[in-house]
Design a protein around this ligand. Structure first.
Ligand SMILES: *Cc1c(COP(=O)(O)O)cnc(C)c1O
Length: 376
């Protein structure tokens, strides 16, 4: 079988390790809701959910119902939270596949209740409140009505209440503590209406690692499971190392090695001209594969564990690197664009800084555009 030269490698053992790190931080009485939306941030939703389920994870978070259906069809059991909204046309699938809709107000409750009555099966829902995120959710003043409606309608049960932090990636920010206080107060105000076994949660990875979201029933790590520090690595100095291990590597291959004289303009636009005789290796990777054009003349890759610069314009399928300092580079050799090789490492945060974005986007782009291979 012929495969693409480029591959994304996903380390099962690193994913398991990061789950253990998250569990240790969460403590024994706090469950993990593994966030596997966006195809597990590019790592492969079904495969990652299977690995996590083997480790005992029984709660998963996705954005849309269609992802939850895929998980069920792959045999994933337990609770699957559908976080990014419910519209009437997905209510049937939610009931059929026992997915847990996250509702944000009273508007969908009647439709959910009707569906539950029709299928003769109770539908559990969770309520998302806006405790300061300012995005999806209901405000404090709307919460009581939503909770009441859920308790009054037949076939529908409130299983949890959740909120989300807007600045949990910044460990220095006071914001998370304030949002947490507001969340606790919102829940307290409706406590007389709540069922006893309710699940409360607010923490993403940052809320878990920097403490503002711990001490509730669940935490919802995403980026930490995939091995990136929740703060983008920006506040590493003076902090305990996170102990997380990157799960993804992105590997390409050299397809040609050329020696060109000084003064040679390279590639589209000649945005790089050699100043000395230069050995160039060409990689069959480009913006089509998520290695964005904004990395032109800017990023580095690893070859034999050594960092070498990307030179010239990244095109749709080709990238040039300067391997002048390295002897005997040949076609077929591996070049690592993300992850470790020998003693070298390029982190998702580093690649993200070169691209002008965050690790999350790097992982989604590379992971969801390339062939994935699972390794130990
Ligand atoms: C994506 C998401 C998370 C996970 O966030 P990370 O920063 O990746 O840990 C948690 N909660 C909600 C509501 C999300 O959408």
């Amino acid at each position: 079988m012929v495969e693409s030269f480029n591959r994304v490698e996903i380390s099962r053992s690193a994913l398991r390790h990061n789950l253990a790190v998250c569990r240790a931080l969460a403590g024994p009485d706090c469950a993990i809701v593994a966030m596997v939306k966006a195809d597990a941030y590019g790592h492969g939703m079904v495969e990652c959910a299977r690995i996590l389920a083997e480790e005992g994870v029984v709660r998963f978070g996705v954005a849309e119902a269609v992802e939850g259906v895929r998980l069920r069809q792959a045999g994933i059991r337990g609770e699957i939270l559908v976080l990014a909204g419910t519209l009437p046309e997905t209510v049937g699938a939610m009931a059929e596949h026992d997915l847990t809709p996250v509702v944000t107000d009273s508007s969908m409750l009647a439709a959910i209740s009707r569906q539950a009555e029709e299928t003769g099966r109770e539908i559990g829902v969770q309520l998302k409140v806006d405790a300061g995120m300012g995005r999806l959710g209901c405000l404090a003043g709307e919460m009581e009505e939503a909770v009441r409606t859920i308790s009054e309608l037949p076939g529908i049960a409130l299983r949890g209440i959740l909120a989300h932090f807007p600045m949990a990636d910044d460990p220095e920010s006071e914001n998370s503590a304030r949002v947490r206080e507001r969340f606790d107060a919102m829940v307290w105000r409706v406590r007389h209406l709540l069922p006893p076994d309710l699940c409360l949660h607010i923490a993403n990875s940052g809320g878990l690692f920097y403490g503002a979201g711990t001490g509730l029933d669940c935490v919802r790590p995403g980026i930490a499971l995939y091995g990136c520090p929740p703060d983008g690595g920006l506040h590493a100095a003076g902090r305990e190392p996170t102990g997380l291990r990157p799960v993804m590597r992105f590997v390409s291959r050299v397809i040609q090695v050329r020696r060109v004289p000084a003064g040679t303009g390279l590639g589209y636009g000649h945005i790089f001209t050699t100043r000395r005789p230069t050995t160039i290796a060409i990689l069959p990777v480009g913006y089509e594969d998520g290695y964005l054009r904004s990395l032109s003349n800017r990023s580095c890759v690893l070859i034999r564990g050594q960092r070498v610069p990307v030179i010239g314009r990244i095109s749709m399928n080709l990238t040039m690197i300067d391997v002048t300092g390295i002897d005997g580079v040949r076609p077929g050799e591996e070049a690592v664009l993300l992850g470790r090789q020998g003693d070298g490492e390029i982190t998702a945060d580093e690649l993200a800084a070169w691209m002008g974005t965050i690790s999350y986007e790097v992982l989604c782009l590379l992971g969801n555009l390339n062939r994935r291979v699972f390794v130990e």
